[in-house]
Every structure is written in C-alpha cells, then in structure tokens.
Design a protein around this ligand. Structure first.
Ligand code: ADP
Length: 255
C-alpha cells in the first residue's frame, strides 16, 4: 500500500524492547521492534512459539509497557502515562479480544458487552451493545449466557464487546485458538467485514490460513521483525501477477 507521506500512522513503535531478567539471564522478548500501522490496515502478526508475538500484542494493546522505546498511538506518546490515564486511553482507543473470550459466566451476552461501558461511563450502553451484537451476527442471542453459546459465538460476543465503543483499533491475540475450524473462519470473516467497514485491526496467530484474512503480514522471530509484507489473496494475486508489468515484482505474499 502506498500512502502519501503526510498521513501519520495510527500506531508507531520505535525501537521497542521488552527485556526480562531471570536470575543472571536476560530474555529479550522484544529486541528493537519498529512498526507503523496506518488506519484501515488489517495486520496479521505471525511467528513461532516464544518469538514475542504476545508480548508485542500486549504492548500494542497497552496491557504491558516496553522496557525501552517509544509508542505513539493516534499521535500521542503513551509511554509516560500514569495508570489512570493509560486506562482511559486504552478504553477509548483499543478493543481487545483474547483467545479465551474472558466473558463473565453469570451475565448475558448483552450484559457482557455493556460491562466495560459501565466502567467507562459511556451513554446509551444498551443500544450500543445491541448494535455491536448485531454487527457480529448475534442479534438472536442477546440474552443467552456464555454456557448457552458455542465457542465461536462466545468469541463473537467478545468481539462485540471490543467494538461497542468504536475504538480506533481492534486487537486480538490468537482469537481463533480455542474454536473449531469452521467457527474460526466465521470469526475471521467478521474481522474482514469490520476491516472493510473501516476498522483497523491487528491480530496474532500462528496459523497461515488465519493470517491470510489480513491485508498485511508481519513475521516475528526472536523478538525481531523478520518480514513485513502485503497480502494479496490468491485469486487477486494471480490476476495481479498475470499483468506483465507486475510479473517481476516482489514483496507481495501469496498465501
Ligand atoms: P509468543 O507469543 O510468540 O509465544 P511471548 O511473547 O509469549 O512469545 O514470549 C517471548 C519470549 O519472552 C519467550 O522466550 C518467553 O519465554 C519470554 N517471556 C514472556 N513473558 C515472560 C515473563 N513474564 N517473564 C520472563 N520471560 C517471559
């Protein structure tokens, strides 16, 4: 994607490190990561186990702080923020989806979606929760409790909860890790639809067929970015490569 130089990124990490000291050993979970994400992108972060994906996602999601390096989110340096301000920025800017849904079992779907909005004193919570559940195709499951929903449906409730306040970016750490393959595809098609409606999205996965729903693939290894490529879906890639002017081009991943 070629963007005009004047468009500033939504997310900009510059030389970010996360270093753990265990006894006299140093683990560099992130080892100098620089990354820019623009509005409207759908970035899939892939890498082997232990490569630093979750650490990167948690730093991006303001759930963890880097040891050093800067993080600019929507034009603001979020590095030096106090906990209260950090929580406020996180609430406003980021919707986060976890592998394990993290729904409260005694609450219905709509109540689970409403809950973070109560903490954030958001107005018209019920309306927003219902609209978000409709967007993920669960208008007929609003009053079901998590145990009355499939794994895929529970994850869709978690996505609704993440998008209800229309954050700047939707982030997900292995969102399909706990669900059956078909339900995983449904979840990814929801991410794709939200992205096509303008939602910026970043997800971590170790599965190539999940990553291929994104528009860009960032590969991580040993705490570093190993590769960063645009994704062209197979049919588009074939059409694109069929044009003689593109035949020699590189940098587009055909998954
Ligand atoms: P991934 O998500 O790719 O599996 P992680 O981000 O969870 O990788 O971990 C990256 C590296 O950092 C691993 O070597 C892991 O053991 C280490 N690590 C992660 N969290 C901690 C922690 N709290 N304390 C010490 N080491 C950690």
């Amino acid at each position: 994607m070629t963007l005009p130089a004047t468009v500033s990124p939504l997310i900009e990490l510059d030389e970010v490190y996360k270093i753990y000291s265990i006894g006299d050993q140093e683990v560099r979970a992130l080892d100098g990561v620089s990354l820019k994400v623009h509005k409207g992108e759908f970035v899939a972060i892939m890498g082997p186990s232990g490569s630093g994906k979750s650490t990167l996602m948690h730093i991006l999601g303001l759930l963890d702080a880097p040891t050093k390096g800067t993080y600019m989110l929507n034009g603001a340096n979020v590095g030096g923020l106090e906990d209260k301000e950090l929580a406020r920025v996180r609430n406003r800017e980021i919707g986060f989806v976890f592998q394990s849904y993290n729904l409260l079992p005694s609450f219905t779907a709509v109540e689970n979606v409403e809950l973070p909005m109560i903490y954030g004193s958001v107005k018209k919570r019920r309306e927003k929760a219902q609209a978000a559940l409709e967007r993920v195709g669960l208008s007929n499951r609003m009053h079901h409790k998590p145990t009355e929903l499939s794994g895929g449906q529970q994850q869709r409730v978690a996505i609704a909860r993440a998008i209800a306040t229309e954050p700047s970016v939707l982030m997900a750490d292995e969102p399909t890790g706990n669900v059956a393959t078909r339900q995983g595809e449904e979840i990814m098609s929801i991410f794709q639809t939200l992205n096509s409606q303008g939602m910026t999205a970043i997800l971590v996965t170790h599965e190539p067929h999940i990553a291929q729903h994104g528009t860009r693939l960032v590969q991580v290894q040993d705490g570093k970015i190993l590769a960063d490529q645009l994704i062209k879906r197979r049919v588009l890639a074939e059409e694109w490569l069929a044009q003689p002017s593109n035949a020699m081009s590189t940098g587009v991943l055909d998954l």
